[in-house]
Design a protein around this ligand. Structure first.
Ligand code: ATP
Length: 358
């Protein structure tokens, strides 16, 4: 059974903003699903609708098989962690952790029984008497998570919980969150606009744009088979190369042309003649110093050294092309020849921006 079921839900704010538009989605019990997309695409609104903090304009939500319309927010068996943690500044860590249970009139002794193991698990045991302003960002973030774990609801809703942390802490908290999910196996909806967070945490990703779901899939499906140009561009660093051009055929041989570039396609290509956009991820070029029948001649303009790999900025007569390589022998100013790894390229329709299946 789905833990959360969204059926054709929309949210239009009074000023006419269509924040969420006709979204349907099933979230499985125990699943870690990441809602990801650019700022303003409706991720937080979707989470707030599930939590019952905003009212639906249309559609319906089921939580644990029950129509959410019949459930008050407090009866939805879920908890939400916000980006700013929303801790009570005047309460100690202990009282912050206890707050949700106290509000539910849970006896003091039981509250203590629940807080002790969670505070130990999260490394907060020594900090229970401190106030939030006496904690580091990472510790505050742990208190917010601890508050959720102490209540132990079936559904965890996390709205950009790592975005206030510095890069190192984000990485370690990411790991921590994945481990917590492994241990507790709660249905988790995690909102982020960060592609790395999405790819590394999500069992499935739900990619949103302008209030719509664009694609739902595992990180591998999303990265290797983006259904839209938008998804291909959103994931990957440095970003995918997108070249607008056309397929031309001559005596049973097809090639892709774009101004200065003309690349013969493999013999088994069945792409129709006409305009198209070719997407090639930087790591999907074969880079040679000798020409071949399928290569694009380019000059190396700039190298960005990432330590374990190099981002290479090439130029042909018109286009800048990004490539990525773990090799170290490249020289700025030298000519090179790029050949696509054809089994890894992406084709998109110029009008609909939808993937053209090969
Ligand atoms: P971010 O990553 O920046 O937090 P988001 O994807 O979570 O963005 P939402 O906060 O859900 O996006 O907002 C979706 C759209 O709805 C935006 O255009 C936003 O300006 C608008 N919006 C959000 N809340 C309201 C509101 N109370 N009244 C009117 N418009 C709103």
């Amino acid at each position: 059974m789905s833990s959360i079921s969204l059926h054709n839900i929309s949210k239009v704010f009074p000023d006419g903003t269509r924040a969420v538009q006709e979204i349907s989605l099933e979230i499985n019990k125990g699943e870690f699903l990441v809602l990801v997309g650019p700022s303003g695409c409706g991720k937080s609104t979707l989470l707030r609708l599930i939590a019952g903090l905003d009212e639906l304009t249309s559609g319906s939500i089921k939580i644990g098989g029950k129509d959410a319309a019949s459930l008050l927010p407090k009866d939805r068996d879920l908890a939400l962690v916000f980006q700013n943690y929303a801790l009570f500044p005047n309460l100690s860590v202990y009282d912050n952790l206890a707050f949700g249970l106290k509000a539910r009139k849970v006896p003091k002794a039981i509250i203590k029984e629940k807080i002790i193991p969670v505070s130990q698990r999260l490394g907060l045991a020594e900090l229970l008497q401190r106030k939030p302003d006496e904690l580091s960002g990472g510790q505050r973030q742990r208190v917010a998570l601890g508050r959720l774990l102490v209540r132990n609801p079936s559904i965890h809703l996390l709205d950009e919980p790592l975005s206030n942390l510095d890069a190192n802490l984000r990485t370690s908290m990411r790991h921590e969150l994945a481990q917590l999910h492994n241990e507790y196996q709660k249905t988790t909806l995690f909102v982020t606009h960060d592609q790395v967070e999405a790819m590394t945490l999500g069992q499935r990703l739900c990619v949103m744009n302008q209030g719509h779901i664009i694609q739902v899939g595992t990180p591998t499906e999303i990265y290797d088979f983006p259904e839209y140009r938008f998804v291909a561009e959103f994931f990957g660093s440095p970003p995918i190369n997108l070249l607008k051009g056309k397929i031309e055929s001559f005596q049973n041989n097809s090639s892709f042309t774009n101004g200065s570039i003309k690349i013969p396609l493999p013999m088994d290509s069945d792409l129709a003649e006409g305009e198209i956009e070719l997407g090639i991820r930087p790591e999907d070029w074969i880079i040679n110093s000798e020409a071949s029948s399928q290569s694009v001649p380019v000059t190396l303009q700039r190298i960005e050294n990432l330590g374990d790999s190099r981002i290479l900025h090439f130029m042909d007569q018109e286009n800048t092309i990004r490539a990525k390589s773990e090799l170290r022998e490249f020289q700025v100013g030298k000519p090179y020849f790029l050949t696509p790894q054809w089994n890894r390229v992406h084709w998109f329709d110029i009008q609909t921006e939808k993937r053209v299946l090969r």
